[in-house]
Design a protein around this ligand. Structure first.
Ligand code: UDP
Ligand code: MG
Length: 329
């Protein structure tokens, strides 16, 4: 009997919780030799999500929930689920049913065939706006160029099945600024990508916008490569070299022809260009400094408010309560 835990981060998902459980249940019931349990993580929702989760877990023995003390973001919510999951494997899914549950049997058969990380690869990027697609392209191209240790998986998100080994590895990485997508790749092990189409949201609204995506991309870059810093050094060298050549040119013009090169426009251009580069460099250094700042405080990734009806202060690891005592430690 394989025990599989389904982790579902939820933020303001009151409308979909009720739809989610039966939709997934239909797909997993028939899978032989397997036992499923669910961990819903309420990421400080402002709507009725928590009450819906209380209701769901009261009605179903295989459902547990963890409620965080405030909104910590999806990355932290997933980590909470991962910390508390007790299955031989874990499946991470969005609450909004955008990740098709009918892919679960396929994921499990690959897992049983020996893969440790069976990830959903979206095949419908074409439906997105040109701008969003271009941004994604640039991000992947930069990451591919600069991260030497491993290659970031393209169009692969958080919808995946992870073996216990991956889970244990992820639990070792307690960094605050989590770029989970990169962490999954960093862990390694045997990966299998299975194609899937992202469905429209079952209900509710997305919390992502361009600004959030930009922030996520910056986080991804600064937590997985220091190449931008190296690039700045390189750029500085090139510009200095160019400036030297230009100096010889100006000197030659002045000495040979007594011709002072037109001043104002050249000065202005060069000054503004260099000013821009300097601010950019400072910004990049600042991004890394910010990372160090956040990490150096070593704060917990999330705080737990309530687990299955029991109020808690902080739980960084699995804490058995009466209701989830059925879980294996
Ligand atoms: N989510 C979360 N915390 C947040 C934002 C989102 O746990 O601060 C959850 C959300 O409930 C959903 C998943 O992360 O299950 C994906 O969010 P969403 O559907 O808004 O993003 P999209 O699918 O548009 O990328
Ligand atoms: Mg969604």
């Amino acid at each position: 009997m394989d025990r599989i835990t389904i982790i579902v981060p939820c933020y303001n998902e009151e409308e979909v919780i009720e739809l989610f459980y039966p939709a997934v249940q239909v797909c997993v019931e028939k899978i032989p030799n397997s036992e499923f349990n669910y961990i819903f993580v309420d990421d400080g929702s402002r709507d009725n999500t928590l009450n819906k989760l209380r209701e769901l877990s009261a009605n179903h023995d295989d459902v547990s929930y963890i409620s965080l003390s405030r909104n910590f973001g999806k990355e932290a919510a997933m980590m909470a689920g991962i910390d508390f999951a007790d299955g031989d494997a874990v499946i991470i899914m969005d609450a909004d049913l955008q990740h098709p549950p009918d892919k679960i049997p396929e994921m499990i058969s690959y897992w049983r065939a020996g893969f440790d990380d069976v990830c959903g690869k979206r095949i419908d990027r074409a439906g997105e706006t040109f701008l969003k697609r271009s941004c994604a392209n640039i991000f992947y191209a930069v990451m591919k160029k600069f991260s030497t240790s491993y290659e970031m998986q393209r169009d692969v998100g958080d919808f995946r099945l992870l073996d216990r080994r991956c889970i244990e590895a992820l639990k070792l990485m307690r960094e605050n600024q989590r770029f989970t997508k990169g962490l999954f790749t960093w862990v390694g092990y045997r990966k299998k990508e299975i194609p899937f189409e992202v469905r429209p949201r079952a209900a509710g609204t997305t919390t992502w916008n361009y600004f959030a995506l930009f922030n996520l991309a910056m986080k991804g870059m600064t937590s997985f490569t220091t190449a931008p810093l190296r690039l700045m050094t390189f750029l500085g060298m090139i510009i200095s070299f160019g400036a030297m050549l230009y100096m010889f040119f100006v000197l030659a013009m002045a000495i040979l022809y007594g011709d002072p090169v037109a001043g104002y426009p050249t000065l202005m251009t060069v000054m503004l260009f260099l000013g821009g580069i300097q601010i950019l460099s400072l910004g990049i250094i600042g991004e890394y400094l910010g990372q160090i700042f956040h990490e150096s405080k070593r704060r917990p990734i999330y705080l737990v408010d309530e687990i299955d009806g029991k109020r808690m202060m902080y739980a960084s690891r699995f804490v058995p309560t009466e209701r989830n005592a059925k879980f294996r430690e």
